[in-house]
Every structure is written in structure tokens, then in C-alpha cells.
Design a protein around this ligand. Structure first.
Ligand SMILES: Nc1ncnc2c1ncn2[C@@H]1O[C@H](COP(=O)(O)OP(=O)(O)OP(=O)(O)O)[C@@H](O)[C@H]1O
Ligand SMILES: [Mg+2]
Length: 484
């Protein structure tokens, strides 16, 4: 072993005779050990470790030493400074050797190992040398493992912190302040959650915030839009199937509940969940089990369920489209996000936030925005809520060269939300800069029109309904046209 690979020791021992015996015992393995310091009391040891805990690997400490800080108390305080440090306790033979409680208390306090000193007439060694050295080697191995785990946990925590930074909930209105408090509380619990609010108010954002603050944060957050999967495929998506469960099932498929195991599943547009899948969902909540298609045995899962809706789910219950028992199971603590026009205080803060984020993203200096634009933005009624505001800010940055003026604002706001503007671009042939072929024109029309209908609907499901399309067909069409 070269010196950098030596095991670094700190000895806490107040009797010179025993200091000599320890030194002598480890001397045999001098190429593996480096006894860096010897101190005679707990206070000195803590002082050294507070300054440079990183240079030590294993602490050898006598149980009976002078000073107020010793024994279990000292062990706990060392572990508090650096939990990866390993401690081997040496005790006088006077300790009853069958006293299991004594040994257990040491380990519970955080000691790695303990051994009883040889009687005083053995002058050369503190303990059976190879046993003693083996325990130091083992302690060092544990220290390396713990350091690795500690570092990868630190990395994970850093990742989570950066996710939360990106998914920060912006706003200072009373309702947002209360919402943030509720999120903290819900993150500590494990209840199922139903989040309601109009389209674009931030339901998925809230679900993310609860998950990444909860004890499940290192596990998957699996979002799924119940309205976007064809009804006949919902069960196989959610619960999976076994190979050969039906024609075409060439291999088994894990359902989203399995993927979300130990983590969180986010069921968006829950009102669109077919009734048969609702029954199965209820079973997952009640029994913690899923029924995979083609499998007789149920599978245990531990998944937190969060659902979102922009419909009044009570109405769906009344109409018999949503199971009442499932509704109550999901809605233990209701989370409601008010629409943006009910919290106009948040608008200037959100505008500034998005300005900053997008300008930095585009490598532009943060653009100045005219006061009267902010005022206009505050007065607008935002049917698409924060999502629409975010899009408008993005468009304003795109359209602006210097600052954001009222002209830029009008140009950016009215793009898809004004009837007349739409007819100008689509039906006023003079407005077309060049003649387009039929196929391209058709596509362009569909894109613009779908965006228009979407911006004037409270949800994708509603937009689909207005267009006379099944939600799954609507989503397929959007995908084909490249609309997100
Ligand atoms: N308070 C907020 N602070 C910052 N960003 C927000 C806030 N609320 C919403 N957003 C952003 O607005 C967009 C829409 O939010 P989100 O997707 O969570 O809404 P939603 O309620 O789930 O919408 P939908 O009903 O259409 O599914 C996202 O980009 C989100 O990050
Ligand atoms: Mg959503």
C-alpha cells in the first residue's frame, strides 16, 4: 500500500500505557496504517474532526476516558460530524463480557465494533493483534462503501433540487401561497390526491412538486393522459399484460403501475378513464394490487396515485360516468388551482419570470417590457391560463428586437385567439404570400384551426368534442400534424 492508500487513524486514549499498547499492536502492519493523531479526551477529538474529518477513516476510542464527553455521547457526536467515520471502541476488562446490552448500546450509538483490552500484564498488545487489525480493515471497507453511497445520494439530491428549480411554482397571490403550504403538507403524506383546475393552471406542475418533495422523490414520476389513449388500450397501458394474453401479445408488457412502483403515477384527465379501468384503479387504491391481463396472480405494487381533472368531477359522478367510490377515494384532500384571472397579482411576476427564463434560453439579454404592456397583460382574461401566458411571453420575445412594446404585445397575443385574424390568414387569399398546393394548405388550415379551437376550450377533451372527434383520434391528429 502506498502512503495515500493507508488507513488513517485517530486514537482517543488517555492512559500512556494503553497508547503504547495500541501503537505496538498496529506497528506490525505499519505499511497499511497511519496513526495521525492521539488525543486524550473527547473534546479534543471533536475539535480535530470538526476541522478535518475528511483525513480520517477509523477512530479507535477508549470507553473510559477523562472529560465530560465520552462513551455513547462521543460516538454520536463523531457520527454527526461525519457519518462515514467508523469507530472501534476498546474497553477495560472490568466490563462484564456477557453484557450484551452494553455492546448493543455502543452499536446503536453508531460504533462499528468493540473489543475488550488485554489485562495489564500483557504489555505488548492491546488485543489479539490479527483480530484487532481485521476489525480495522473491515471498518475501512465500510467507510469506503458508505462514502460512495453518501456521494451518490448527494448527486441524486442535487438532481432533485435542479428538477424542483425548473418546476418552481411562481406566484405570490394568497391562493398560490396557500397552495405551496398545502404542497409541503401533502408531500409528507402518502394520500391519493385529486387536483382540479382549468386547463393550463398548473395541475401537472403541482403534482410534480408534491412528488419531488415526498419520500418517493428518488423513484419514478409517471404521467399519463387518460384522454389520449384509445379506450380499449387503457387497461393494458396501465396494468400491462402477459405474453400470449391475447392475439398479438408476442411478449409481456409492464404496465405503467409497475413502472411507477414505489413512486407516483399521475393520471391526467381522470374523467376520461373508462368505467372498467375505474374498477381496477379502485382495487389498486384499496388493496395495493394490480391485475395484469392474462395473469391469474395479482401483483403487489406500492404506488402513490395523483389524478387531475379540469372538469367538475361531481357532475361526472351524477351522470354515472365516474364511480362515486373512486371519486371519494381520490379526493381525500382536494387541491384546487384557481384560474389566472382570479389571481391577477401573479401576472406581472409570472411575466417577469418567463421573460427571464426564455431570454436566457435564447441567449438574449433579458428584454425590457413596457409598463402598459404589463397592465394589458394583467387585464386580459387568459382562457388558457398560465400556459397561454407562457406562450404569449415566448412569442413576444420572438417578435421583439429591443424591448417589448404594446405593438409587439398585440401582434403576439392575437395570433390564434382572434376570429378576424384567423379569417384574415386563412380565408383572405390576398393575405397568403404565395399560392400553396392543396395538400399544404389543408394541413396549414388544420393546424391553425385546431390551435384556435384548443385555445378556446377548457381542455383537449372539450376541443375534441367540439370538433366531433373521439379524444384518441384528436390526439392522433395533433400528433400527425406536429402540434404538441
Ligand atoms: N404557477 C406557475 N409558475 C410557473 N409556471 C407555471 C405555473 N403554473 C403553470 N405553469 C406552467 O404552465 C404550463 C402549464 O402547466 P401544467 O401543464 O401544469 O397545467 P395543467 O393544469 O396540467 O394543464 P392541462 O389541464 O391543460 O393539462 C407549464 O409549462 C407549467 O410549467
Ligand atoms: Mg395537465
Amino acid at each position: 500500500m502506498d502512503s495515500s492508500n493507508k488507513i488513517n487513524l485517530l486514537l482517543i486514549e488517555d492512559e500512556d500505557f494503553d497508547v503504547r499498547r495500541v501503537k505496538n499492536t498496529i506497528k506490525i502492519f505499519a505499511e497499511s496504517f497511519h496513526l495521525r493523531k492521539v488525543v486524550s479526551n473527547g473534546a479534543d477529538a471533536l475539535k480535530i474532526l470538526e476541522e478535518e474529518s475528511d483525513v480520517y477513516d477509523v477512530i479507535i476510542m477508549d470507553y473510559q476516558i477523562a472529560g465530560a464527553i465520552r462513551g455513547e455521547e462521543l460516538i454520536k457526536r463523531i457520527k454527526k460530524i461525519n457519518p462515514t467515520l467508523q469507530i472501534i471502541v476498546i474497553t477495560k476488562l472490568t466490563i462484564n463480557i456477557t453484557d450484551f446490552e452494553f455492546a448493543k448500546n455502543l452499536v446503536d450509538a453508531g460504533a462499528f465494533w468493540y473489543c475488550t483490552k488485554y489485562p495489564g500484564d500483557i504489555e505488548d498488545y492491546i488485543y489479539q493483534p490479527t483480530d484487532f487489525l481485521m476489525s480495522v480493515f473491515n471498518a475501512f471497507e465500510k467507510k469506503k462503501l458508505q462514502t460512495q453511497t453518501y456521494q451518490s445520494n448527494k448527486k441524486l439530491i442535487k438532481n432533485i433540487e435542479s428538477i424542483l428549480q425548473q418546476k418552481k411554482i411562481i406566484g405570490s397571490s394568497q391562493s398560490i401561497v396557500e397552495l405551496k403550504k398545502k404542497i409541503e403538507k401533502l408531500a409528507e403524506s402518502d394520500f391519493s390526491i385529486l387536483i382540479s383546475g382549468a386547463s393550463g393552471t398548473g395541475k401537472e406542475l403541482v403534482a410534480n412538486n408534491i412528488h419531488y418533495r415526498s419520500k418517493r422523490r428518488f423513484e419514478n414520476f409517471v404521467p399519463i393522459n387518460c384522454g389520449s389513449i384509445p379506450q380499449e388500450l387503457v387497461e393494458s397501458e396501465l396494468f400491462g399484460y402477459e405474453k400470449g394474453a391475447f392475439t398479438g401479445a408476442a411478449a409481456s408488457k409492464a404496465g405503467l403501475f409497475e413502472i411507477a412502483n414505489k413512486g407516483t403515477i399521475f393520471l391526467d384527465e381522470i374523467s376520461e378513464l373508462p368505467l372498467n379501468a375505474q374498477v381496477k384503479l379502485l382495487r389498486v387504491i384499496q388493496e395495493g394490487e394490480i391485475e395484469k391481463i392474462g395473469r391469474t396472480q395479482k401483483i403487489k405494487v406500492d404506488v402513490r396515485i395523483m389524478a387531475a381533472t379540469n372538469k367538475v368531477l361531481e357532475k361526472s359522478v351524477e351522470e354515472g360516468k365516474f364511480r362515486e367510490d373512486l371519486y371519494y377515494r381520490l379526493n381525500v384532500v382536494p387541491v384546487f388551482i384557481p384560474s389566472l384571472k382570479e389571481r391577477t397579482d401573479d401576472i406581472p411576476i409570472l411575466v417577469n419570470h418567463f421573460l427571464e427564463v426564455f431570454c436566457l434560453d435564447m441567449g438574449k439579454p433579458v428584454l425590457k417590457i413596457d409598463e402598459n404592456v404589463v397592465e394589458k397583460l394583467t387585464q386580459y382574461n387568459w382562457p388558457g391560463n398560465v400556459r397561454e401566458l407562457k406562450n404569449v411571453v415566448q412569442r413576444m420575445i420572438f417578435n421583439a428586437t429591443d424591448g417589448i412594446t404594446i405593438d409587439i404585445f398585440e401582434q403576439s397575443l392575437l395570433k390564434f385567439t382572434d376570429d378576424k385574424k384567423l379569417s384574415k390568414t386563412i380565408f383572405n387569399f390576398g393575405g397568403l404570400d404565395k399560392i400553396k398546393n392543396m395538400k399544404n394548405l389543408e394541413k396549414e388550415f388544420k393546424i391553425e384551426y385546431i390551435k384556435y379551437v384548443r385555445n378556446n376550450s377548457s381542455s383537449d377533451a372539450e376541443a375534441a368534442e367540439k370538433l366531433g372527434l373521439a379524444p384518441s383520434n384528436f390526439h392522433r391528429l395533433c400528433k400527425d400534424l406536429g402540434i404538441k
